[in-house]
Write a protein that binds this ligand. Structure first.
Ligand SMILES: CC(C)(COP(=O)(O)OP(=O)(O)OC[C@H]1O[C@@H](n2cnc3c(N)ncnc32)[C@H](O)[C@@H]1OP(=O)(O)O)[C@@H](O)C(=O)NCCC(=O)NCCS
Length: 144
């Protein structure tokens, strides 16, 4: 994909030096705050063999993120976010495609994306990229 003003989209693994920028990006991109939005947690994810943290750039800007994980049984996707000024250009779709590809390579057969029910833009997005709603499931959570 290309951007007429600022070059083309590239997607790559997040590096340690990019961690502060990603944490700041999540605040600017309306990602729902999470207990794991810390430098330590993100550094652990980027060095883990069971997680893949991707950033999307349209040089020189960070425009999107996604985290995929495979626990040996199922895949999960977290931190799907695109900068407000870069939405509806296919960046989110491209990030999901990259993570789906990685998850297939890991052996994943089923993938979950946690989506806030009241965020219509998010539910529409996940439906559009092929992630249907599982009406049977409720999420039970405890913060440790
Ligand atoms: C949800 C989000 C990641 C989508 O990123 P994006 O790069 O704009 O998505 P894409 O351009 O790849 O959109 C793919 C398709 O998803 C659907 N979609 C995306 N945004 C949508 C919106 N606001 N309303 C309705 N449908 C939407 C459309 O079908 C779109 O295809 P189209 O543009 O050809 O119609 C982005 O809006 C975002 O970061 N929101 C804030 C954080 C968030 O809610 N993340 C999801 C957490 S579960």
């Amino acid at each position: 994909m290309s951007d007429s003003k600022q070059g083309s989209l590239s997607i790559r693994a997040c590096r340690a030096e990019g961690v502060p920028a990603v944490l700041e990006f999540w605040r600017a991109a309306d990602a729902t705050p999470s207990v794991t939005d810390t430098a330590d947690d993100l550094c652990r994810a980027i060095t883990s063999n069971s997680a893949r943290v991707l950033v999307a750039e349209i040089a020189p800007s960070l425009v999107g993120t996604i985290i995929g994980t495979f626990d040996g049984w199922r895949g999960n996707i977290y931190r799907m976010a695109v900068h407000p000024e870069y939405r509806r250009r296919g960046i989110g779709r491209a990030l999901v495609a990259e993570i789906d590809h990685w998850l297939v390579g890991q052996g994943a057969k089923r993938v979950t994306a946690l989506v806030e029910k009241d965020h219509a833009w998010a539910t529409s997005f996940w439906t559009a990229v092929g992630y249907g709603v599982d009406q049977r499931i409720a999420r039970h959570v405890r913060t440790l």
